[in-house]
Design a binder for this molecule. Structure first.
Ligand code: ADP
Ligand code: MG
Length: 325
């Protein structure tokens, strides 16, 4: 069987994980969340967080679309987003590079300038890495962080009855990519959403203490809701009319012959947060002036994962970006 026929990256990861079934008392959460959670690491009882993400030229970035500084910023932001999704604070970063021998030295230096800018913004310190040669430029970042046990938010923490909320509009990155791929010039909003996404470390420390399950939206809302349901053993209902979609995303969908809802549900790399929360605690967030949008609710597993359209039509919530599928 070829990797493309296995049923997506998560089927592959599940199969590979079976080869290392060893557990450890200090591993609070391993494969299956946005970052690994490791206990016994800090005297005060805080957990160590560790996440890693790899960007490969052509598959994840194009040197003719993005400047090296933009690629550097994005490569850091997507890792910080995973730490934010755990309710944690990012700390130390390791950067592994595979570089084609004909890569300009100034290109790599500018990549690092972009990374340094992002590190300053998120309070991250570069602590090491590895450099080797390879055909496609590949940037693999490992980021550490820490979180107090009280603020730790796992994908498995959702319970029926809770609200599902997002921290901002979705589909911008996918819409920007669709325009670039069609040879169109995206408006600045979409260009930035795709090429230099931020992440929501600005609000995650305020949301984490009052939320339940949390995940970052890197593969589209549908995929992330399904991850929460898988790990929490719940169902979910998402209300189409409540999914925030920017007008530029709707324009881009019209121009490229796409459905804007697909950009939000199945596009990638928005790096907003999706979390479940009780209605009382949602009220607390509102009182603190933290803007989030309710997009649905957590239900019992037997109710399934459902998308509710304005006319009342209900369809299964499937899709989401999946490498290899
Ligand atoms: P995210 O989108 O949050 O970065 P991924 O979808 O990349 O997360 O990965 C999902 C989970 O699978 C994570 O817990 C990650 O650590 C784990 N994982 C991904 N690839 C591998 C691999 N090759 N070997 C072991 N674990 C993996
Ligand atoms: Mg993630």
């Amino acid at each position: 069987m070829k990797i493309r026929d296995i049923g997506g990256e998560f089927a592959l990861i599940g199969r590979l994980a079976q080869h290392s079934p060893i557990t450890h008392p200090d591993l609070v959460a391993g494969i299956g969340d946005d970052a690994a959670v490791i206990g016994g690491s800090f005297p005060g009882g805080d957990y160590l967080l560790a996440t890693t993400d790899m960007l490969v030229e052509t598959s994840h970035f194009r040197r003719d679309w993005a400047t090296p500084a933009q690629i550097g910023i994005k490569s850091v932001a997507c890792n910080v987003s995973d730490i934010a999704a755990m309710g944690g604070t990012p700390t130390f970063m390791f950067v592994s590079l595979a570089l084609a021998p004909d890569t300009e030295v100034t290109w790599v230096e500018t990549l690092y300038k972009g990374m340094a800018d992002a590190c300053r913004r998120y309070g991250v310190v570069l602590a090491g890495g590895d450099t080797t040669h390879g055909e496609a430029v590949t940037i693999s970042i490992t980021l550490l962080g820490r979180v107090s046990p009280d603020n730790l938010r796992l994908r498995s923490h959702a319970r029926p009855g809770e609200l599902l909320c997002i921290t901002g509009p979705l589909g911008g990155s996918a819409a920007g990519l669709a325009m670039l791929s069609a040879g169109l010039d995206p408006p600045q909003y979409l260009r930035e959403k795709h090429l230099v996404p931020g992440c929501r470390l600005d609000v995650s420390p305020l949301i984490a203490p009052v939320a339940r399950a949390m995940i970052d939206i890197s593969d589209g809302l549908a995929a992330e809701v399904n991850h929460i349901c898988d790990q929490s053993g719940t169902g979910a209902e998402i209300v189409v009319a409540d999914v925030l979609i920017h007008t530029s995303v709707r324009d881009a969908a019209r121009l490229t012959g796409n459905d804007p809802l697909d950009f939000a549900l199945a596009g990638g790399e928005d790096f907003e947060l999706l979390f479940s929360i009780s209605s009382e605690n949602k009220q607390l967030l509102e009182e603190k002036g933290i803007q989030v949008a309710v997009v649905g609710r957590v239900t019992e597993a037997v109710s399934g994962r459902i998308l509710v359209y304005p006319d009342g039509k209900r369809t299964p919530l499937s899709g989401g970006y999946n490498h290899f599928s």
